[in-house]
Design a protein around this ligand. Structure first.
Ligand SMILES: N[C@@H](CCC(=O)N[C@@H](CS)C(=O)NCC(=O)O)C(=O)O
Length: 190
């Protein structure tokens, strides 16, 4: 597998997931300054010209959530996803999609001090924090003792928030982020 990567990009999320899976992979550095993400070769992999992108044989993937869903299935021994039919399967899929469809844009509005219009498909950030805190419950992870790809996707968004110098103001969520950062293969700040 080849991970198209820049350390100052969301590609660190895909790298975290690859590491949690114990995957063997090659890093292909992408230089944003040189606009390598807009080159004709790269656009064949991700037509949106963004990182992360992953190539696995004839399969090409883009969007962090899709990459994490794919890897969780490809590496079943890592046990990072509930199986179809499992009682947690639906909630797992919901959280995976929620991470980039609601949490991330709402967090962007919050950090950029923009108003959130519900017609755009996501809620205000206070609601996001309530949702994630509720889903986390007593933890330690979103699915109790079991760490999953949903922790990679949801947790990485809050780790990004720290990279931008901000925190949630919710002790339970901050303790969750600390747990994620303490994982041996966890996403690294900075
Ligand atoms: N929803 C996408 C977002 C991807 C994204 O915006 N990536 C940024 C880096 S963090 C990027 O490649 N920006 C370069 C550009 O748009 O030119 C995902 O999660 O994969």
């Amino acid at each position: 597998m080849k991970l198209y990567f820049n350390p100052r990009s969301r590609a660190v999320i895909a790298k975290w997931m690859l590491d949690e899976c114990g995957a063997q992979y090659e890093i292909v550095p992408i230089d944003f300054e040189k606009k390598e993400n807009k080159s004709p070769e790269f656009l064949k992999i991700n037509p949106a010209g963004k990182l992360p992108a992953l190539v696995d044989g004839d399969t090409r993937l883009f969007e962090s959530a899709a990459i994490c869903l794919y890897l969780a299935e490809k590496f079943p021994d890592a046990q990072l996803a509930p199986k179809p039919g499992d009682k947690d399967w639906g909630r797992y899929l919901s959280l995976m999609v929620y991470s980039t469809s609601q949490l991330e844009p709402s967090m962007g509005d919050h950090l950029m001090k923009l108003p959130t219009g519900p017609a755009r498909g996501w809620t205000d950030f206070e609601t996001v924090l309530n949702v994630v805190e509720g889903e986390l419950g007593q933890g330690p992870y979103l699915f109790g003792e079991r760490f999953t790809a949903a922790d990679v996707m949801v947790g990485s968004m809050f780790i990004w928030m720290r990279i931008f110098g901000s925190q949630t103001g919710r002790p339970a969520l901050e303790a969750y982020i600390e747990r994620l950062l303490a994982r041996p293969k966890g996403m690294k700040l900075g």
